[in-house]
Write a protein that binds this ligand. Structure first.
Ligand code: GDP
Ligand code: MG
Length: 678
């Protein structure tokens, strides 16, 4: 049976990188050197261990937040994979919540790419301590110090240089460890598994001394212990220095920087050492906070294994037809075969198995403890964002909120066989992905999938085909609109009908008025509570809300509207909940007829990164798409254009931009708000 790791020895980390910086290759090397995977699978062979979903291998980008367990020098390192594409910011945020520290991987040639800034800022918000790895030191044009400068200017980070590269580009052979004052040289024959520690090359020793001095001064600035020793000219031992670097990293004063070449198998073991040495264990980060589900009072969940359970489900996957919930335990423990309380649902759930996730295989555990990240089998109803806890100590760790989908596609099964599989497959996807919505159009028989962006839906469709062999015809992407009212209006209706031998009656008056953008739907009753039973008022509210939800103009939900229940004429014997709901619905439609309903469309925030030479064209094109440029910033030879534009004009934009900029322009796009269709 698997042994229990002391909580101090756990490192829950994420690897954050701009696409192509080498995240997959670094992760894959980590798994190789920690002995978890037995062959090095190159990304371009599509064999990398982390990229276990077929789809990711095709695209060469990592989409799902898989978690992987490995061990290094007595510590347990759990790697939570963070996706890099902006359509998946929800997944990035989910991953950031459950990790305690992160490794930022940068490409030594490109340095800090503009898109890395987004993820870095997210990590700032979640106060995640970080170290940095400057990868691809073997490539032509690799520049370690330039990357460090870019970390300062673009990320506003305070890098702490712990290593110097030895050699450059194709002569890059290893690193100088400034703390230990030694040079590390990797052996190519062993695929980097073995290396030698040698005296610093005399030609480099002066530079190394200087950088070591800089390092100590920088640490002294932020750490009293080192400052004291530095001022009194005491010896600062290697252990003192390491301990201080740990303190300034955990407190996010500095970001230690290392370098190497993952592809050429250099620099990975010191990176693992640095993860062990400098990134925090679960007990060193601020205790997670939640609220009491009833009273709303704040509850702290310190990382105590003997305390009451608190765990957050941060991802749910369907694997081999089984629902697997990934949970981060913050306090307490869980045991296989026992009951846990889901505080969001207010229900007990039985967990049958606890699994430790390696990249491809799973290992059964009897129990899991605070600090662990595990897969759980058996939770039938729990879904992403919900909290598992002890029933007598209920807590809700912040529930994650999702934007509503803004784009949809219609899919139609190709054959009768596909028809049968489709529903089943979609049900699986819905369990995994809270940002996906599925609607059936009863009239056309089409199934409408709605999601967060074009790529999001593209991936869903290609997974249907590849993982589940379900063939569908796919329509063009469509914008998901909303509706709103242009003016206040009143409505009235009388409902009188005999249904299965019983008379139903109500006479209802209501009014609608427009609210500010983003306020949603509000319901208010002006009827004297003494004269109408509560359940009738609730029935009226339901009737009105259902009507608004199904729209008026083109069938999209009506938002930003206040409904006021103005009055009702009751009949003691005939008025029923049913009559109230139906009558309210008719009265509401009646008001909508006079309320000048109009369409709202999703407007996106677009960030463009283009070389100077293409800036004029890019702005011209954005304007032609109804976009509004808000700012233009120069970052070296890249121009960053921030704009807003209606989503309906931005379909296929990635292809257009790529060809217009010879592949050198990139962009990110996120939902901003709904606005009146122009
Ligand atoms: P990711 O998108 O961040 O996951 O990056 P990948 O790990 O998929 O790497 C992107 C590309 O860069 C692949 O073709 C890798 O083989 C290559 N690559 C990764 N690390 C290095 C490196 O250290 N040196 C060189 N020359 N290429 C690398
Ligand atoms: Mg990758």
């Amino acid at each position: 049976m698997a042994k229990q790791t002391k909580i101090e020895n756990i490192r829950n980390i994420g690897i954050m990188a701009h696409i192509d910086a080498g995240k997959t290759t670094v992760t894959e090397r980590i798994l190789y050197y920690t002995g978890r995977s037995h062959k090095i699978g190159e990304v371009h062979d599509g064999e990398a261990v982390m990229d276990w979903m077929e789809d990711e291998q095709d695209r060469g980008i990592t989409i799902t937040s898989a978690v992987t367990y490995c061990e290094w020098k007595g510590k347990t390192v759990q790697i939570i994979d963070t996706p890099g594409h902006v359509d998946f910011t929800v997944e990035v945020e989910r991953a950031l919540r459950v990790l305690d520290g992160a490794v930022g991987v940068f490409c030594a040639v490109g340095g800090v790419e503009p898109q890395s800034e987004t993820v870095w800022r997210q990590a700032d918000r979640y106060t995640v301590p970080r170290i940095a790895f400057v990868n691809k030191m073997d490539r032509t044009g690799a520049d370690f110090f330039n990357t460090i400068e870019m970390m300062k200017t673009r990320l506003k980070a305070r890098p702490l240089v712990l290593q110097l590269p030895v050699g450059k580009e194709d002569t890059f052979s290893g690193v100088i460890d400034l703390i230990e004052r030694k040079q590390i040289r990797w052996n190519d024959e062993s695929l980097g598994a073995t290396y030698e520690e040698v005296e610093i090359d005399p030609a480099l020793s002066e530079e190394a001394d200087m950088y070591r001095e800089n390092l100590i001064e920088a640490v002294a600035e932020a750490d009293d212990d080192i400052m004291e020793k530095y001022l009194s000219e005491d010896v600062i031992s290697v252990d003192d220095l390491k301990a201080a670097i740990r303190r300034v990293t955990v407190s996010e004063k500095y970001v230690p920087v290392l370098c190497g070449s993952a592809l050429k198998n250099k620099g990975i073991q010191p990176l693992l050492d640095a993860i062990n040495l400098y990134l925090p264990s679960p007990v060193e980060v601020k205790p997670v906070q939640g609220v009491h589900p009833e009273t709303g009072e704040t509850i702290e969940c310190p990382a105590d294994r003997k305390g009451p359970l608190s765990a957050l489900i941060f991802k749910v996957s369907m694997i081999e037809g089984r629902k697997l919930s990934f949970a981060r335990l913050y306090s307490g423990r869980i045991d296989a075969g026992s009951d846990v309380y889901n505080s969001f649902l207010g229900k007990n759930e039985k967990l049958s198995r606890i699994l430790r996730m390696h990249a491809k295989k799973r290992e059964r555990l009897d129990s899991a403890y605070a600090g662990d990240i595990v897969g759980i089998v058996g939770l039938k109803q729990s879904s992403t964002g919900e909290t598992l806890c002890a029933k007598d100590h209920p807590v809700l760790l912040d529930r994650m909120e999702y934007e509503d989908p803004v784009i949809s596609i219609a899919v139609e099964p190709k054959t009768h066989d596909d028809q049968e599989k489709l529903d089943e497959v979609l049900e699986k996807f819905l369990v995994e992905d809270p940002t996906l919505k599925v609607n059936k159009d009863e009239e056309t028989g089409q199934t409408l999938l709605s999601g967060m962006g074009e790529l999001h839906l593209e991936i869903i469709v290609s997974r249907m085909l590849k993982e589940f062999k379900t063939n569908v015809n796919v329509g063009n992407p469509q914008v998901v609109y909303r509706e709103a009212i242009g003016s206040a209006a009143r409505g009235q209706a009388v409902f009188e009908k005999e249904i299965s031998g019983k008379e139903h009656y109500a006479d209802i008056r209501m009014s609608l008025s427009p609210l500010e953008r983003g306020e949603g739907v509000r319901f208010r009753s002006r009827v004297d509570p003494g004269s109408v039973p509560d359940h009738f008022v609730q029935a009226v509210e339901k009737g009105a809300r259902d009507t608004l939800e199904s729209g008026y103009y083109r069938g999209y939900p009506i938002v930003d509207t206040e409904v006021v229940f103005e009055g009702i004429t009751l009949d003691e014997n005939k008025t029923s909940e049913l009559a109230c709901t139906v009558c309210a619905s008719i009265a509401c439609r009646n008001a909508l007829e006079k309320a000048s309903v109009y369409l709202l469309e999703p407007v996106m925030t677009v960030e463009l990164f283009v070389p100077e030479a293409f800036m004029g064209d890019a702005i011209g094109d954005l304007n032609a798409r109804g976009g509004q440029v808000e700012s233009v910033d120069a970052r070296g030879d890249t121009q960053i254009i921030k704009a807003t534009a209606p989503l309906s004009n931005m379909f296929g934009y990635s292809t257009v931009l790529r060809s217009a900029t010879q592949g050198r322009g990139t962009f990110t796009m996120q939902f901003s708000h709904f606005d009146k269709v122009q």
